[in-house]
Write a protein that binds this ligand. Structure first.
Ligand code: ADP
Length: 248
């Protein structure tokens, strides 16, 4: 197994909005191939954290590295996406009028030049990639179906597929199982565990049952910094975490 090292290093990150500290002295490392869950009460800074990683928000100070050498502060938001950081927002945003397959095809071409995508299409390389993703998100038999007709959960899986065809190294997922049925939630857990072999995942989630079923490592954010880190059992037994969640 050659998987080792750190895919993401955030050190002493500060983000202020008009003097309000959304992130404060935040230090966080994600290992290659890790499936990390981020939890924390509303306003803890989870969204701001993902905004910093994707370049949407610039830290006031601190350092953010992708892999060993890529300084995120030097890259634009599209460059960060191209470098291999994919983000899925909570609400699914698929092209409802297009088929499942066409959605994946569009996503795959999003960052290619026209010429490269035509050549890939001729070689069949592109179709193979999409087929593999269709199987992994369990939508292969739905590939000709109009995306707007899928269930909420299937749309979420399609959107994850739209990220996967871009072959990201790090996936950021915001509350992926919100609104899903139990069966869909179970499948999501299975999917994430299998994805973590090839990609690294960072999942923001409120559903503790789901968190317990996927994560080897949990980070608790509170008031813009890391309050606790460890297994779910460890952080759930942490006095400070109990106080933050249950009130004083
Ligand atoms: P979470 O995702 O954990 O609920 P957020 O990262 O959305 O937390 O927010 C952290 C804090 O920063 C909140 O108090 C929020 O009101 C504040 N905040 C987030 N974005 C902005 C912004 N653009 N301007 C001012 N305050 C913001």
């Amino acid at each position: 197994d050659t998987r080792h090292g750190t895919i993401l290093s955030l050190e002493d990150i500060h983000v202020s909005f008009d003097g309000f500290k959304a992130l404060s002295d935040l230090t966080l490392y994600i290992g290659v191939g890790e499936l990390r869950c981020i939890i924390g009460p509303n306003g803890a800074g989870k969204t701001t954290l993902m905004d910093v990683i994707t370049g949407k928000t610039r830290p006031t100070s601190g350092s953010a590295f992708f892999g060993e050498t890529l300084d995120l502060a030097r890259l634009s938001e599209p460059q960060i996406a191209q470098a291999g950081i994919g983000r899925k927002f909570q609400k699914p945003t698929v092209f409802e009028a297009l088929s499942v397959f066409e959605n994946l095809e569009l996503a795959q071409q999003a960052d290619r030049s026209v010429w490269a995508s035509l050549r890939a299409r001729l070689s069949g390389e592109q179709r193979d990639g999409i087929d593999e993703v269709l199987h992994s998100i369990r939508l292969h038999d739905q590939r000709q179906r109009q995306a707007g007709l899928l269930s909420h959960g299937q749309k979420q899986f399609l959107e994850i597929g739209m990220l996967l065809v871009q072959q990201p190294r790090l996936l950021l997922l915001d509350e992926p199982v919100a609104g899903m049925t139990d069966a869909e939630t179970e499948f999501t857990a299975e999917l994430f565990k299998s994805l973590a072999r090839k990609h690294s995942l960072m999942v923001v989630e409120h559903d503790m049952g789901f968190v317990g079923s996927i994560a080897d490592h949990v980070t608790v954010l509170h008031q813009g910094s890391v309050l606790a880190e460890g297994s779910l059992a460890q952080v759930q037994n942490d006095e400070r975490v109990i106080e933050v969640y249950l009130g004083r």
